[in-house]
Design a protein around this ligand. Sequence first.
Ligand SMILES: [Zn+2]
Length: 122
Amino acid sequence: MSLIDNLKDVAEVVRKAGNIDLYRRITALEGEVIDVTRENRHLQLENEELKTKLSLRALMVFRSPFWYSEGDDVPNCPRCWESDQKAIHLQGPFRVVAGNRFDCPECKECFIAERTGRLELT
Ligand SMILES: [Zn+2]
């Protein structure tokens, strides 16, 4: 039985006993418990999300000019990774005069990796 169920049972007993003041205080407490439970759930979800980001961060390796996930040869968007910690695979390479172009499907940024390894935003 949950804490809220217990409070409802206690409130019902108090209501039947006719103690209206105590009944109101218990129902107010019930509302506070619901708020705290909701906030706790929100914090648990946020904590899981942060743990996932930290795990991913530990697996990311920078090999100029891009970020790679460990054991993955497909480059990730440097803009998405460095600004939002999102590992988004780049599409490409597409051969262009200056080198290879990579496109990000998330932020729509295009990157030209020059033959020298230098990165140019387009
Ligand atoms: Zn991006």
